[in-house]
Design a protein around this ligand. Structure first.
Ligand code: HEC
Ligand code: HEC
Length: 275
């Protein structure tokens, strides 16, 4: 009797501890909804912007021009957090020099700094927000979704990005990049914000379901790019060839040993009765 009571108390007690731990782990710090942390983030973003972006985009992101009236950077009022996250996480911004097109490069800002910059721009005027992970998580996408995404891609995107998504040249030294390395999040954000020559595929025209389908299709293309085919350590043909070679040679050696071991005995046996 006493023991079962004690065991029950133990079970209930440890269950409570587990719930407490799960709560502490799952509920993020800022969940209290207080204004404090957020305005602090905006303030941090404003400072980062003043140092790294205002020289081209203006002191208050209103857009900037050089001494001769050429635009050094467009106004960012209303471009939204998604545009900032896309541009900064792909390393396009801060732009290094002005050319036909601002290229991708290794990102300069950490994810926290990027979030602060995005929060600052979003605080100036409403614009497309950074999508929630559910919007672009296609790990559970169905085959129909992939097929539909392929149709949408061929209708809306191949003119610039090529049938295989590997990109292509555009007039005046510009280009549509390959999409084989792009993350699902940035696929979504590119459609949402239309960087440079790319049109905006706003949610009204191209629904979130359409975007998800296209992302599911592009991710399936990226996965089928795996050069090894069987994913042998993702080393591609080299590792596959090596395995083929080892197995093949191994089999040959095995056969040779087998023949070597077998033949003399058979001969001896055959010779036996005769001799
Ligand atoms: C050397 C100048 C330069 C600097 C520095 C720079 N930008 Fe830009 N930025 C540009 C130009 C030029 C464009 C327009 C590119 C185009 O559309 O061809 C642009 C475009 C953008 C866009 C896209 C706007 C849209 O309509 O979608 C965002 C967002 C942006 N910049 C954010 C930033 C942020 C944040 C920083 C600082 C971390 C920064 N930029 C630093 C020149 C600059
Ligand atoms: C008119 C030509 C055009 C069309 C149509 C177009 N894009 Fe783009 N896309 C571009 C250009 C140009 C860029 C590069 C912009 C830049 O460098 O800032 C781009 C960039 C992208 C990127 C970012 C890639 C990276 O490496 O960061 C993605 C993702 C993308 N496009 C997806 C799509 C999808 C999906 C569609 C169809 C729904 C589409 N695009 C339609 C021209 C186009």
């Amino acid at each position: 009797m006493r023991r079962t009571k004690f065991a029950r108390t133990l079970v209930v007690g440890s269950a409570l501890v587990m719930v407490g731990l799960a709560y502490a782990v799952l509920v993020p710090d800022g969940a209290a909804g207080a204004d404090g942390p957020q305005s602090q983030q905006i303030e941090e973003g404003r400072k980062l912007f003043a140092v790294g972006c205002s020289s081209c985009h203006g002191a208050h992101a209103e857009g900037g021009t050089d001494g001769e009236g050429h635009i050094t950077g467009p106004s960012l009022i209303g471009v939204g957090a998604a545009a900032v996250d896309f541009q900064v996480s792909t390393g396009r911004m801060p732009a290094a020099q002005t050319g036909a097109q601002v290229p991708q490069k290794p990102r300069v800002y950490t994810p926290e700094e990027t979030a602060a910059l995005a929060a600052y721009i979003a605080s100036l005027a409403p614009g497309p927000a950074i999508p929630a992970e559910e919007a672009y998580d296609v790990s559970k996408a169905t085959q129909e979704e992939v097929v539909r995404g392929g149709e949408l891609f061929r209708t809306n995107c191949t003119a610039c990005h090529n049938f295989s998504g590997r990109g292509g040249a555009l007039p005046n030294g510009r280009y549509a990049p390959s999409l084989m390395e792009t993350t699902p999040k940035n696929m979504y954000q590119a459609m949402l914000t239309g960087p440079q020559q790319m049109p905006v595929f706003s949610d009204g025209v191209f629904t979130p379901e359409d975007k998800r389908a296209v992302i599911a299709y592009l991710v399936s293309l990226q996965q089928s790019e795996d050069p090894g085919g069987f994913g042998l350590g993702r080393l591609g043909p080299v590792s596959e060839g090596l395995w083929g070679w080892l197995l093949g040679i191994g089999a040959l050696v095995g056969v040779a040993v087998w023949i070597g071991a077998k033949t003399p005995r058979v001969k001896r046996d055959e010779q036996g009765p005769k001799g």
